[in-house]
Design a protein around this ligand. Structure first.
Ligand SMILES: *Cc1c(COP(=O)(O)O)cnc(C)c1O
Length: 430
């Protein structure tokens, strides 16, 4: 693709974008002057689909009308409400409906699935993660190690980035697996790393880890709704993700989880059980003995919160309408355009630390600023650009294909250049 650094080129790209109309399905936040923001923070909190309000109001209305009978008589009876999410969620992550469930929040699901899938033995007890994994994942993993009587100094393997890079090559992970795989019980990686924006080669890593007898889980917080996933075909053992980043289901909304079909009837796996994971046919017999539902639903604990699920349903309908493959095709161009414009700036003032290959990233570039990073970020914020700052020197930019345009990307880079210039930094004007 031949890009150009001009407003008219960005407008032409938008005019040719078959997904351009989706922007209208979202509420765009306004800046202090009442103008639409340039919102590039969908990797942190996705925007509100306009259809969410109606979806939630339906449940408020049914609660008002039916009270407890809403479990059966609501337009979408609450008793089976979460089941409405299984098919769209399965399509999104490349799974069978049996393999996915929406429940709880991400870190809770990570713990619940580690209870079942981190089964250390005397010889095989280590956990492999990526260095600088999201803090919550580090805390969850370390606390699981302690819970089983191990110490992270010995039992936690953190794969470091390749020399001079922010990302980790698949070869490096394969080398660690070849050397230490026989001691590793669990490989747990972020599908897309939150800091570097690197998308891991989940198929290859899963195969390499399985060849060593390790169980493989992925945290897809930054991958779900962002990159193509084929969890079933890749043979991933389990995965978890939240729904408020690329999935646009609102702050703290209900999370997802995947358990591969081959574990669907593994009743011998230890798990922390609750009544909502119990066989539906006998759940209300209120018996004392737990019989799990086959598949991911068997890991549920509680009857789910319907209001966040209503938001998630509205959002998933948009993903079905747009199609993940179409979104990924646009995303590749949009992030590619951002990268092109950043490279045009020249000099050493700003560089992307995200991998360059389109298959090794999603809708994010992490920009490292050589100087005055925080000051540039503050100036961007003051001008209505919403992005985020990560210590010590990184601004994360997420051009989201559902609601960001090529013009958003172009305007963002223009504003950044102006603000860097305003701070008296020399760089070649493109
Ligand atoms: C966003 C994110 C989380 C957040 O966890 P919650 O339980 O939803 O608060 C955890 N892990 C990763 C990798 C994330 O990106």
């Amino acid at each position: 693709m031949q890009f150009e650094s001009s407003a008219s080129f960005a407008q032409r790209m938008d005019a040719d974008d078959p997904l351009a109309a989706f922007q209208d399905q979202f509420h765009m936040p306004l800046d202090q002057k009442g103008q639409k923001c340039i919102y590039l923070c969908g990797n942190s909190l996705g925007l509100q689909p306009k259809s969410v309000r109606e979806s939630i109001e339906q449940e408020l209305q049914d609660w008002q009308t039916f009270g407890v009978e809403g479990h059966f008589h609501a337009k979408n009876p609450w008793m089976r409400y979460h089941e409405l999410l299984a098919e769209p969620m399965a399509r999104l992550v490349g799974a069978k409906p049996l393999e996915v469930v929406v429940m709880n929040t991400l870190t809770v699901n990570l713990h619940l699935l580690m209870v079942s899938f981190y089964r250390p033995t005397a010889k095989r007890y280590k956990i492999l993660i990526e260095a600088s994994a999201f803090p919550s994942d580090q805390y969850a993993v370390k606390s699981q190690l302690h819970f089983h009587g191990y110490h992270p100094d010995d039992a936690l393997i953190e794969v470091q980035p390749d020399d001079g890079q922010a990302w980790i090559s698949t070869e490096k992970i394969e080398a660690v697996l070849a050397q230490q795989g026989h001691e590793i019980a669990l490989v747990l990686l972020g599908g897309v790393n939150y800091y570097s924006g690197q998308a891991f080669d989940m198929a290859r890593i899963t195969a390499a880890a399985h060849a060593q007898g390790c169980v493989v889980g992925f945290d897809l917080a930054h991958a779900a709704g962002n990159v193509m996933l084929h969890l079933h075909d890749w043979q991933v053992d389990f995965a978890v993700w939240c729904s408020y980043k690329y999935l646009n289901a609102g702050p703290g909304s209900t999370a997802g989880c995947f358990v591969h079909e081959r574990h669907a009837n593994a009743v011998d796996l230890p798990r922390f059980a609750g009544w909502w994971g119990h066989d539906k046919a006998t759940r209300f017999k209120m018996g004392p003995d737990f019989q799990p539902i086959a598949g991911a639903e068997g890991w549920q604990l509680s009857n789910p919160a319907i209001l966040p699920l209503a938001a998630l349903r509205a959002s998933m309908a948009i993903f079905d309408e747009a199609g993940m493959a179409n979104l990924c095709a646009k995303s590749e161009k949009l992030t590619g355009y951002l990268e092109f414009l950043i490279e045009q700036i020249g000099g050493d003032a700003v560089e992307s630390i995200t991998p360059k290959q389109p298959e090794a990233r999603g809708a994010q570039l992490s920009l490292r600023l050589a100087r005055d990073g925080k000051a540039v970020f503050d100036r961007l914020s003051a001008r209505g650009v919403v992005c985020d700052w990560r210590e010590p020197d990184v601004i994360r930019i997420a051009p989201v294909p559902l609601y960001n345009s090529f013009t958003d990307v172009y305007r963002f880079v223009e504003i950044m250049k102006e603000e860097m210039h305003g701070l008296g930094r020399n760089f070649r004007r493109s």
